[in-house]
Design a protein around this ligand. Structure first.
Ligand code: CTP
Length: 444
């Protein structure tokens, strides 16, 4: 019996896939189809896949062409599979020509002509692309714009900024570049807002009232009343309003949360995070608490919850008129745990995250907010474990994928990683900072 094996993602199974499978089957007597796992696809940068693994497997089974379906989970697995399953022929489409020649050592390699004119990528982009507008004066917009190119189904059609440097060379093709916010809103279905936090409320409200979905760099607002009002409008109009916080979309960070929840370090007693950078002295600069506060607080609220009993904000204010804190430290007291953040925009420190528990601790080295790596450490170093997960584009592209999926899905909460209670808790702290609640001020 001649055994044939072939691999693929098989997202939104199409005619090209079927033709490939038919010809693969005809090469022998028994066809094994390897379907890539969601994680494996993520790790190799295939972030736009629409159907989850089990749906893709079911579609392959329904063709009746596969005698056996296996899951492909890691780089190099093909060699293992070929040996383990006694495969005679490995085959894939000609788009991979040459790529798998190294498998000739284990079996025969056949490249089959790829079917022209159809692909999963093409099918995914068949729906009208979401028109996205970029809003703000931060140079981060350029990075965000570049990351949008990795995401199917979204197209940047507008830019609203007051700052000339934001409009970079790559942005020349954006059709609507304007200093008039209403004009921008007339040309988009969704916006990414990174204007100054004091402007978020106005920018978000105008967008929502025009039926436009909003991804806004955290903090969404600087008062809880504002936040609630905005959420109300979003809900009534069936619109997405969610926090931009790229760290929440990093695979390593998310896996770390899951590991902690599953008890690998016992009961968590303390979460301590530090995020700092030196000050850029432009008029557009955010202060420490708005620039770094949301991300620094994220692991605290996601691990310990948002029901802390008390807190103390200690801020080193270097510009009273603009409430500019060069450094802020916040201590949180929970009923059976404690937490702290140190944020600086003008003061530098080690940007690490440490989660301490009764059975060990998690350590994420600086800069922890764009991590692809963390360690779970124990009393006995032999029990320590290291974890690495690929992070492409600092998590920004995963955030954009999640935003587009949330907009198109009837279950948006499945995709947005910053839940409403966490977002509210962040806004509450920012609001207390501005209202001098539970706050000690250090002056120059
Ligand atoms: N394939 C093919 N003809 C096509 C599309 C795919 O022969 N028009 C083959 C590929 O060469 C591969 C298998 O089908 O052997 C699975 O391909 P996969 O990457 O899942 O499909 P694509 O449509 O190429 O997906 P994408 O657009 O996401 O890259």
């Amino acid at each position: 019996m001649i055994k044939v094996i072939t691999y693929g993602t098989y997202d939104m199974l199409h005619y090209g896939h079927i033709r490939l499978l038919e010809r693969a089957k005809a090469l022998g007597d028994y066809l094994i189809v390897g379907v890539t796992s969601d994680n494996f696809d993520m790790a190799r940068g295939k972030i736009n896949v629409k159907q989850p693994l089990m749906e893709r497997v079911a579609a392959i089974r329904e063709t009746g062409l596969a005698d056996e379906v296996i899951i492909e989970e890691y780089q190099g697995q093909k060699i293992d599979d070929i040996k383990r399953l006694n495969v005679d022929i490995f085959t894939v489409g000609s788009d991979w020509a040459g790529h798998f020649d190294y498998l000739n050592e284990y079996c025969k390699v056949v490249y089959l002509e790829r079917t022209e004119g159809v692909s999963s990528t093409l099918l995914r982009s068949r729906d009208r692309a979401l028109r996205l507008g970029l809003v703000g004066n931060s140079l981060f917009l350029e990075k965000f714009f570049r990351e949008c190119k990795y995401v199917n189904g979204i197209e940047v059609t507008g830019l609203y900024t007051q700052r000339a440097e934001v409009f970079s060379e790559g942005m020349q093709k954006i059709p609507c570049v304007t200093k008039n916010y209403d004009e921008l809103l007339n040309n988009v279905d969704a916006v990414f807002i990174i204007s100054h936090p004091t402007e978020h409320y106005d920018h978000i409200k105008s967008a929502l009232l025009k039926n436009i979905h909003v991804l806004c760099e955290a903090p969404i607002a600087i008062s809880l009343n504002q936040l609630e009002e905005l959420r109300d409008i979003a809900q009534k109009n069936n619109l997405i309003l969610t926090d931009g916080l790229k760290t929440a979309y990093s695979t390593a960070y998310y896996r770390m949360l899951l590991l902690i929840k599953s008890g690998v370090i016992g009961k968590v007693c303390s979460v301590d995070s530090t995020c700092t950078s030196l000050r850029d002295s432009t008029e557009f600069s955010w202060n420490s608490i708005t620039e770094w506060g949301p991300v620094a607080m994220l692991p605290i609220f996601q691990i310990l919850g948002t029901n802390y009993e008390s807190k103390k904000i200690i801020s080193y204010i270097t510009d009273e008129k603009n409430m500019y804190d060069s450094f802020t430290k916040i201590e949180f007291i929970y009923s059976s745990a404690t937490a702290s953040i140190k944020v600086g925009k003008g003061v530098k420190s080690e940007g690490e995250l440490i989660v301490s528990g009764t059975g060990g601790y998690v350590y994420i080295p600086a800069p922890w907010w764009k991590t692809d790596y963390f360690e779970v450490r124990h009393e006995n170093p032999q029990n320590n474990k290291r974890f690495f997960y690929q992070l492409d584009g600092e998590g920004i592209r995963y955030e954009i994928v999640a935003f587009t999926k949330a907009i198109k899905s009837s279950k948006p909460d499945l995709y947005t990683m910053v839940k409403k209670d966490v977002s509210s808790a962040i806004v509450k702290i920012i609001s207390d900072f501005y209202n001098d609640e539970d706050k000690i001020i250090l002056r120059k």
